[in-house]
Every structure is written in C-alpha cells, then in structure tokens.
Write a protein that binds this ligand. Sequence first.
Ligand code: PLP
Length: 426
Amino acid sequence: MKKTFVTHEQLVAITRTHPTPFHLYDEAGIRRTARAVNEAFAWNAGYKEYFAVKANPNPEILSILRQEGCGADCSSLTELMLAEAAGFRGREIMFSSNATPAEEFVYAKKLGAVINLDDHSHIDFLEGSAGIPETICCRYNPGGAFVVSNHIMDRPADAKYGFTWPQLRDGFVRLREKGVREFGLHSFLASNTLTHAYYPALARLLFETAVRLKEETGIRVRFVNLSGGIGIPYRPEETPNDIARIAALVRDACEEILRPAGLADLSLYTELGRFMLAPHGCLVATALHRKDTYKQYIGLDACAADLMRPALYGAYHHITVSGKESRPLDHVYDITGSLCENNDKFAVDRSLPEIEKGDLIVLHDTGAHGHCMGYNYNGKLRSAELLLKEDGGIRLIRRAERPADYFATLSATGFYDTLTEIAGRG
Ligand SMILES: *Cc1c(COP(=O)(O)O)cnc(C)c1O
C-alpha cells in the first residue's frame, strides 16, 4: 500500500489556509533522498548529482538540493536563470541542451557551466556563438537497441539525441585542436527504469567508450555523466530502486573496465530528476462532482493543467482518498479534470473507496514532471506549490495563477486594459 507523506489531519489543516488544488512537497523526504544518493556514490571522489531542473524548476526546491551538495542540470535559458538565482555557480551547473539557440550557449558559458554538446555540428555553432570553453562534455548515442539483461530497454537509434561513435571520436579530436583541456562523456538511454541493471549497463557502455577514446585519440575522459533515468515505483506493487546497490554495481564496472585502463580516477556525475523528487510531491485536489452515466465519474478541481502525465502518456499516478485509507476499494471510478478533452482523466476504472463531494483526493508522486509540465489550455490556471518544511510548517513557494497572469502576454493588444479591468473585478 502506498502511503501519503502527510496525514489526513495535516491535509485538512493545510486546506483551511491554502485552497485546493495544490502540489505539496516534502522537504524531509527530498533531503533524505539527496543524502542517500550522495552516500551511495561517495566511493567516487568527484561524484556530483546535477538535479534535472526541468523535473521541478522551483528555486526553493533547487536551493534545498544545493544545500545537500547537488548541482543543477539545465537545458534552457530560463532554467539557467533559475539555477543562477538559486545560487549555483560555474561547475555546479551542467547545460545539457539540444537544438540549442546561440544566446543560451552564450549565457551558459558566461556562467561557467559545463556545456554538454548534443551534436557534432554544435562544435562549430558553439565556436561561432559563445566560443569553445576549456571543459566540454559530449552526448553519445550508440544507436541500435539498448539491451539490458536480454531485454530491449529503448531504441537509441530512434532518439534525436547525441553523437554517433565516429562523430564522437572525430569531435573529441577537433575539440582538442580548438583548445579543450577537459573532456566529459554523457548518455541518456532509458527513462523511468525500475531495474538495478540500467545505470550499471549504461556505465559499462560509457566506460568502454572512454577506454576506446583513450586508445584511439589519446584523450583521457575526466568525467562520465550517467544522466537521469532512474525510476520510482508509481504503482503500489512495484519495487523501489535501491540506489546503494545501483551505485555499488557501477563501482564494479569502474573496477573492471576503468581501473585496468588507468581511468579509475574519473569523476562520475548524474542528472537525476524523477528519482530525486517524484515521491516527495503530491497533488491535492477536492472532489467537486459525482457523475453517473455509462460509467461513474468523479470530477476534481484539478485538471491536466496541473498534472499532465496521465493525459499525455497514460501514466499511472496512485490515488488516495484522504481519510478513507482503510475503507474497502469497492467502487470503480474515472477520476477526471475539467478540460474539454476526453483524455483529461487522472485515472480510468480505478478501484477506490466511495468518494463523496468535498473529499480530498491525493495524487501521489507528482514531485517531478508534475506542476512544471502544466499548460494553460482551455484557459485553465495552474495550481499553487506548497512546501511541507522539516519542522512541519507550510510555506507557499508558488502562488496559483490568476486570470491576470493568463492575460499578461496580451499587453501588446488593445484588449489588455479591458481584460485587466474584468479580471480585477473578480
Ligand atoms: C529529463 C532529463 C534528465 C532527468 O531525467 P529523469 O528521468 O527525471 O531522471 C536528465 N538529463 C537530461 C539531459 C534530461 O533531458
């Protein structure tokens, strides 16, 4: 059974001052996971986790992670700005972008971030825009199918990311000619993996590539970035990843492949997003309507604008009806949002206890790729974000959007003043 990190009594108390819907994040849990990750990889002297900012781009969350020794992995202009605002500097920032505009390379270089190039052609593009820095990372795409324990995890050949092997070898040589002194290697081959074998298999691939680069070009890779992809158990029957075990298996790969090649002192980096944050957030909504037609529906005050993963990928998010945790799951519901899109369903045919209007509905595991994926379709306004602090206090770390926010970009038109006046009346 999956449990919420807040009690029913706590939630009721929170909703007295903060109306639903909102995402709630658990500071204690975030710190616990960050410490577990850092401890698991402590055997590697240069280890650093660069939190994938896209998973939860709230600067309050970023600064908690920074206090725990993490860096920030960015891939856009505004993510770089958020990292800067949260206090990350220089090598604490990784810039793993693709199809990158010139101004973003310029900004990343100015911040002293480690630039992770997505393509061979970006070498010239970077040289022509920001100039070539002394440290650079290249993203590798091995092509074909990525097979782990006789199981195809994903098809890198179909992914838009990264250099091929010949491009990588040639790119390293060209970058050395252009003055690069320190090289890194990056790859991201599978998402939300629930097997201990993913990181070790990826590490083997990248370690072997580092050895081959050394043999064929004489260039010593100084860091390997295993990127993101470690998953979490969204479903109650799934088993959580044991990060200590994963890190130990990566260490074995290091001893077997890097040690004999004299590369065992390279630094390991990760860019985990989901693993760091997903379990430490939930979306809290209120049941507004019950509807009985050909099926039974519960309509919430939240919609896909607040949490898009179910509508976008059919992703499973566990649901708890707050206060009814021990009641039998003897009703079957579709749990819906209010968008005029039939895929705006947080759950389809879900067995739950009987839901009454006004019940608090908790959607689990929304700490990563949750609020931040939201959008304004149908003019829906995105929810607030709250932080449950370690001392039990609650802090508003993003207010809910208001109509005026939605109209703000119309300031170029003659309707802006009228809309602002209408919004002000509400
Ligand atoms: C999305 C992303 C991550 C984080 O992925 P998770 O699945 O959340 O761990 C890391 N690095 C890059 C380059 C990404 O695009």
